[in-house]
Design a protein around this ligand. Structure first.
Ligand SMILES: C[S@@+](CC[C@H](N)C(=O)[O-])C[C@H]1O[C@@H](n2cnc3c(N)ncnc32)[C@H](O)[C@@H]1O
Length: 120
């Protein structure tokens, strides 16, 4: 049986929403960005990428931080691919992003605010 969460991030975009109250978490993403990029550069094997690269956020909430996290990963993977192969990642890699959270998460707000021009 699925676990029922005792609490859930407040959905929507109102004054009490997670959307409007998660700048501290976003700052932590920024702080971790360089380390994450270094780890991808050092550890990711490009052999694992055929033509699609999948990323899952287990706990995406209603945004927008998950989009920042996902974009940081895409940028690091593309950067490594470009440097190591000399090829354009946009022509060779399709990104598939899996946004996961509890079923009571506000996925409507999340999907309504998907970034324009995204690579996934
Ligand atoms: C503090 S929020 C972080 C949201 C976002 N990743 C960020 O960095 O701002 C943690 C999220 O994880 C989700 N979560 C916690 N336990 C989970 C579980 N067992 N399965 C799926 N989602 C879970 C919560 O519902 C919540 O949306």
């Amino acid at each position: 049986m699925a676990t029922t969460p005792k609490w859930i991030m407040v959905g929507g975009e109102g004054p009490e929403s997670y959307n409007q109250n998660s700048s501290y978490q976003r700052a932590l993403l920024e702080a971790a960005k360089e380390k994450m990029s270094e780890a991808i550069k050092a550890k990711l094997s490009l052999d694992l990428i055929s033509d699609r690269f999948s990323v899952a956020d287990f706990g995406c909430a209603s945004g927008p931080n998950t989009f920042v996290a996902v974009q940081n990963i895409i940028n690091a993977v593309e950067d490594k691919y470009r440097k190591e192969t000399g090829q354009n990642p946009a022509e060779n890699i399709e990104f598939q992003i899996l946004f996961n959270d509890f079923t009571t998460n506000d996925f409507n707000t999340l999907f309504q605010s998907l970034p324009a021009g995204r690579r996934y």
